[in-house]
Design a protein around this ligand. Sequence first.
Ligand code: PLP
Length: 261
Amino acid sequence: MRPTHFLSIAGTDPSGGAGQSADIKTASALGAYTTSVLTAVLAQNTCGVREVMALPQAMIRAQMNAVFEDIDIDCVKIGMVSDLATAQLIREFIERYRPAHIVLDPVMVAKSGDMLVDRDGFHAVRDVLIPMADVITPNLPEAAVLLDTDIPASHDDMEAMLPGLGALGSDIVVLKGGYLAGEVSNDLVLTPDGTHWLEAERVKTRSLHGSGCTLASAIAALLPRHDTPIEAIRAAKTYMTRALEAADRLEVGQGQGPAHH
Ligand code: PLP
């Protein structure tokens, strides 16, 4: 069997931890061949985001054409999307080329706390891209903005908000619970056949930069390799937990370090 062909649609991180870097490292480590379309160039490191430059539409379109006209893409991970026009452009290509698996990480805030996308951009992602995604992977603050509600404060709150997230139109929702305080980092998954808790001990590390990108990319890279989506999602969570456990060994940067792939 040939390796899975994976496409990352994302922004950059010159310090190597998040966005495109995390996507490529993750999918490569999981055996995929990785391609990449950039939506924005960022100046950032483990301490924070300094500059964000969204790329012109024509350049994003040219990159999408270059990849899709030449390469048979099996799975796509969509990360940072800054505005409505970019969301529509991505949708146009997904509808034209119909890759089998689409995972959308609705990115709004970096782990450093810096805003990456404003509310309008985020709502464009909600209205244009989520309905065509197979899997979405919001964290709790992102889920709250998606539904215009308060940030969940407990596992019960997470269960209560899950149907609303499902109604946004993706087939599967992975609601990441790592934002809650406590000894565990449990995620709640909604699939067409029910809800599943994915339980994990909290990894004691500050190195969470890019962890959202890592989980979403791992799910995208693994979906073509598993019989059911929930198996791929469980395997992706295991991969991310291992990458976080190894993160502190990297000793990269003075802020929130990256995961080790
Ligand atoms: N995309 C880009 C370009 C980023 O810089 C970040 C965070 O810094 C993200 C996505 C989302 O990051 P995380 O995986 O930490 O949620």
